[in-house]
Design a protein around this ligand. Sequence first.
Ligand SMILES: [Zn+2]
Length: 466
Amino acid sequence: MALRFNNTLSQQVEEFSPARDNTVRMYTCGPTVYDYAHIGNFRTFTFVDILRRTLRANGFALDHVMNITDVDDKIIRNAVAQHKSLDDYTAVYTQAFLDDCAALRLERPERLTPATAHIGDMVEAIERLAASGHTYSSDGSSYFRISTFPGYGKLSHNDFSGNIAGARVDLDEYEKADARDFALWKAPKEGEPAWQTAIGPGRPGWHIECSVMAIKYLGETLDIHAGGVDLIFPHHENEIAQSESLTGKPFARFWLHAEFLMVEGQKMSKSLGNYYTLRDILDRGYQPEAIRYLLASVPYRKQLNFTFDGLKSAATAIDRLRNFKLRLETERYPEGRNEQLGARTAAAAEAFAGSLDDDLNTAGALAAVFEFVRDANSAMDSGEFCAANVAPALEFLARFDRIFDVLAPSAQGHAISDAEVEALVAERAAAKQARNFTRADEIRQRLLAQGVILEDTKSGVRWKRK
Ligand SMILES: [Zn+2]
């Protein structure tokens, strides 16, 4: 079966291939760098990473643009309060975002572009929209007049023809002719930084940056536009209105949206005390690859319930795969090839790829891996796993890891010494003797985090560095 995605625009699952040549032109909405990103944000960015890797596994090249929103009301408010320039204020959080992405092994898009580097392009786009009658001005600000774009609502499948009172709209403190209308350009308030431009002093609205950067780098029609479900309305709806009014062409062929993340069954919020940045979780001693695994393990269109038990299970799952890999690499197997197991390996690899191609069904893909590991482990235990079965099994694991990327332990600040490893191994043996399995497991996890893998054998514990 071919690669296919659920398209928010058509509400159908559709076969995907790029419109032109072999390159997927893709735009995803990036972070607003006014604070550290939270794990809900990273759920979406992890989905985008799995999407990238699956597209490449299907043989496509990528041209992926992601914006960095480095100007908006909150940024201006905070920067002014801290007596910092916008650049100084956002540089900290931009770097923090890049560091967090690296910790989670999220691939860098081909182009990562800050909004403030494109003010001139945005002004030009607003002038063109004005010339074609899509805007109006009020107190130095420019607004997009929704009534000039009849397709408004086609992505969110909202009917905006009737009364929309009570709908979540892009409200701000400016005067608008219609509650749906949104700011393209905002006049500065007293004491605020502003750009001096042909359309007056001010700063761009949020929506225009995405339309302008997407079209500039990727052309008038994108293959894929992706983001979180919270962006469908109004942000993506507004992007469509602006872009299609500018070009007269469909803005994106495929729209993909990742569902919300819940924490311990509740919506994440600062008041509930369940609001976590990636740093908060790393500070509790969890490994970034366990967080990555948990975020990737639930198919993107399902709500993800982030729990600390789930994180522990993710660490255990990774441990199981690493142990299996170690077993493949270190044990001796009888010569020859077990044909049945060879066929089992090929079928598992096919089920893995088939699940991902089915709208990124990561849960199905992981099930294919773990069922195979279970079968292969029992074949090893019963002496039926043969030397010629090793290479295909390792290749399957490598294929898995090109998407999920969790097998290599994260590098630590300093390497643990052999003597420290031996001491911990001895402490773990004593803990097991005393039936303190929790402590024994903690030590195993701690060593694993340091890149040391333990294996219990009949002749005692052996360990090796990754
Ligand atoms: Zn956007």
